[in-house]
Design a binder for this molecule. Structure first.
Ligand code: TXA
Ligand code: MG
Length: 350
């Protein structure tokens, strides 16, 4: 069931009842579809092992694959961090001050006995303080329990899609992935559209596990340290690259995705000629291309990286809905601001 995040009358005031219903569900050990500024999450009480097990089951996700825990923003997220993290290195502290609330997840050493199931049994925990006001309203409500009930410190929320599929950026996407029995708070289309940047803070220096809307340069400027890649760190030390969702094929639509530069795309289109009659192929490109057949679905990718990220997953879903068999995508430009979009497209095409 989809609940409105705003009261229709004012257009801006929170629908208090919707927020309360979401908080009640989480307290009762149930799941909710929660809007964030990146993608929609499938949320559960991060300290309730049974509730967290339902998240893994609903997603079809392996139980050793850790979930991100979302914390409330008052005191800069620090009380939530103090609950879950055993230790916070100074560079991680600087990153929180710079980017929270916002699209940044930090992997920190976990305090034993908290968030164990959410962390997939790892000694670390991924923490994020989202900026979406509806997510914050839920997290804040959970920190202010009715008399006699315990505080809920954090909401474990992976993206609200079946494992390996495209992440949802609207409430309707969540409903189509996980069904109408799930309580879903409709916070509107996600403004960023790709998942948070993930920085591992457990290895002495910041290590990028997943690129997102916050660029490497922004991270380095905020903490004054060089950002290492997983592979770089493995090359320089005895530490093996960390196995995580960042290493697998992910974000896959039903259609086969292929990345090509503009020239290769035009050549491929020319080779198709006028023969193609069924709408089998979609092209998603920034460059103006000549399509020989009217039956090719042509979508223009924005020139701006943030705008491209915002619509990326929704476009992949739309093209799937048109039953195209192939999606040919123009390779994003080399600039760092495109890292997040390039990463998702490379995984979608893997
Ligand atoms: O933007 C986002 O981060 C979204 C929204 C809902 O907040 N959430 C999200 O969660 O993308 P999920 O579960 O789909 O992605 C979690 C990623 C996985 O790749 C996982 O391996 C990594 O975070 N992760 C979480 N905890 C970790 C840990 N303790 N150590 C290493 N990686 C971790
Ligand atoms: Mg995901």
């Amino acid at each position: 069931m989809i609940l409105p995040a705003h009261t229709p009358a004012s257009g801006s005031d929170f629908a208090i009842e919707s927020i309360a219903a979401c908080a009640r569900s989480i307290r009762a050990g149930a799941l909710i579809g929660m809007p964030t500024e990146t993608v929609y999450g499938l949320g559960a009480d991060a300290d309730n092992a049974e509730a967290v097990a339902k998240v893994f089951a609903a997603k079809g996700r392996p139980a050793d694959h850790p979930l991100i825990v979302h914390v409330a923003a008052f005191d800069g997220g620090m009380s939530g961090v103090a609950h879950y993290a055993r230790q916070v290195p100074p560079f991680a502290q600087q990153l929180m001050s710079a980017f929270w609330p916002g699209p940044l997840t930090l992997i920190l050493p976990r305090r034993p006995g908290v968030g164990t199931a959410a962390a997939g049994g790892q000694a670390s925990i991924g923490l994020r303080c989202p900026s979406h006001p509806a997510a914050q309203a839920i997290l804040t409500a959970l920190r202010q329990p009715p008399p006699g009930e315990p505080v809920v410190w954090g909401v474990a929320a992976p993206s609200a899609n079946r494992f390996g599929r495209v992440s949802p950026t609207t409430a309707a996407h969540v409903q189509s992935e996980l069904g109408d029995d799930l309580l879903i708070l409709d916070g509107g289309p996600c403004t960023l559209g790709i998942e948070s940047t993930i920085i591992d803070c457990t290895r002495g220096a910041p290590v990028l596990l997943r690129p997102g809307s916050i660029s490497s340069v922004q991270i380095e400027q905020a903490c004054g340290q060089k950002l290492l890649s997983n592979e770089e760190l493995a090359a320089h030390s005895q530490q093996a690259p960390k196995a995580s969702g960042t290493l697998e094929s992910h974000y896959a639509p039903n259609a086969t995705v292929r990345l090509m530069d503009a020239k290769a795309l035009q050549t491929a289109l020319d080779l198709l000629g006028k023969d193609l009659t069924a709408p089998l192929i979609a092209v998603y490109a920034r460059s103006a291309l000549k399509t020989p057949s009217k039956h090719i679905v042509l979508r223009t990718m924005p020139d701006n990286a943030a705008a491209a990220a915002q619509e990326l997953f929704a476009v992949l879903r739309e093209l799937d809905a048109q039953a195209v068999k192939l999606i040919w995508v123009e390779t994003p430009p080399a600039g760092q601001e495109w890292d997040g979009v390039r990463d998702r497209l490379q995984r979608a095409s893997a």
